[in-house]
Design a protein around this ligand. Structure first.
Ligand SMILES: *Cc1c(COP(=O)(O)O)cnc(C)c1O
Length: 395
């Protein structure tokens, strides 16, 4: 079956008693057993009967299984947020005295997780330019426990050569961990590029219309001891498992992901192309534009589409505020890959708590507006942007 068919028709683990076409939502904390032996088997991992919904639930398991079959992964764990997926993964891989090699170009909370939260437990952060394999070689040492990257950084829109990073990780015998939130896992195969563990904020493309917060850890089974630590230790002790209602909504989102994503990516490309000739806009940054420095690498790694996140630069911060305030259709909101188009000025919001110096180091400019392009007609989006920058509508 092709992925789009599989995303819709993956069978339930057990046929539903009433023949429900949708995966039933098992809204229960606990499960009852027929006898003591069955109970013992479930608790000791000798059977897959669920016992308690902090660690297993049939609705969540169905969602996980669908993602596992779509990606070809060995194990998939659905968690309560993208940050739960990232923190659980990095906690499972690290320990006091170890270090994580990554970049300053990271989702704000991931940056803070690595440089503040994990630092308190004695985990080091070796931050370097992940687009420069030589810099990565300099950053790794015998205590490095993983290399962590985001496939398209936000808001810099930078793309690292995943195969080159995988080669370095393999030489050291450590896993390459990729946050693949920016392009759905149905569009490209991260494992074939050398990624060992994929983490995803399923809040974004998957949830479909921003219905819910969720995260996925997609483990290709190449990292020794990882599945055991995630599934048998952290799931129990950290308690961040996805809830059945969220799994129901995100499973529904996954069924329409392909159709939504293709329209959003096409809308983004057409908008980016149109905005390039608007004099009030200083620059348009989208990895899907052929003159973008990462275009060829992105096409090679992720295929013909380049996601639905783009940025525009305006002359100064005041122009950015004016733009945000004038928007009539595009919503003033954070979040990415909603059905609705969203705009945000990252420097004063997501990165507002950082100092100007830190923002400079992270390449977060005062002049940048980030756009997440939705499912609206692209002409309406173009019209809104043109009026908001004070340009004459094209027709
Ligand atoms: C949103 C996002 C996260 C965090 O996900 P939550 O579901 O909000 O916890 C992590 N990484 C990237 C790239 C994101 O866009």
């Amino acid at each position: 079956m092709k992925k789009q068919t599989q995303a819709i028709h993956t069978a339930f683990q057990h046929p539903d008693t009433y023949g429900s076409l949708a995966m039933p939502v098992y809204h229960t904390a606990a499960y009852e057993f027929g006898n003591a032996a069955e109970m013992a088997d479930a608790f000791c991992g000798r059977s897959d009967s669920p016992d308690y919904s902090r660690v297993t639930n049939p609705t969540v398991t169905y969602f996980e299984r669908k993602v596992r079959e779509l990606t070809g992964a060995a194990h998939v764990t659905a968690l309560s947020s993208g940050m739960a997926a990232i923190s659980n993964t990095l906690m499972a891989l690290s320990a006091t005295g170890k270090n994580i090699v990554s970049s300053r170009h990271l989702f704000g909370n991931t940056f803070s997780l690595i440089t503040q939260t994990l630092a308190r437990f004695g985990v080091g952060a070796h931050l370097c330019d992940l687009t420069d394999p030589e810099a990565v070689r300099q950053a790794v040492d015998s205590d490095t426990c993983c290399i962590f990257l985001e496939i398209i950084t936000n808001p810099q829109l930078e793309v690292a050569d995943i195969t080159a990073l995988a080669r370095i990780a393999r030489e050291l015998g450590i896993p390459l961990v990729a946050d693949t939130t920016a392009i759905p896992f149905t569009e490209f195969n991260a494992h074939s590029l050398g990624v060992d563990i994929e983490v995803v904020s399923s809040t974004k493309y998957l949830s479909g219309g921003a219905t819910s917060i969720g995260g996925l850890v997609i483990d290709y089974g190449t990292t020794e001891g990882f599945a055991e630590r995630m599934g048998k230790e952290q799931l129990f002790n950290l308690g961040a498992y996805m809830t059945p209602h969220v799994a129901y909504m995100q499973n529904l989102g996954l069924e329409t992901l392909h159709a939504r994503y293709r329209v959003q990516a096409a809308n983004t490309l057409s908008l980016a192309q149109a905005l390039k000739s608007v004099p009030q806009i200083c620059s348009v940054n989208y990895v899907g534009l052929p003159d973008n420095p990462f275009y060829a690498l992105a096409q090679k790694q992720f295929g013909p589409t380049a996601g639905a996140m783009m940025t525009i630069d305006l002359p100064d911060a005041e122009a950015c505020y004016r733009f945000i305030n004038r928007l009539r259709l595009i919503r003033r909101a954070t979040n990415l890959f909603d059905n609705k188009s969203l705009a945000i000025h990252p420097a004063s919001t997501i990165f507002g708590p950082f100092t100007a110096e830190q923002r400079r180091e992270m390449d977060v400019k005062d002049t940048t507006i980030r756009l997440s392009v939705g499912l609206e007609d692209p002409d309406d989006l173009l019209h809104d942007i043109l009026q908001a920058v004070g340009a004459t509508p094209l027709s």
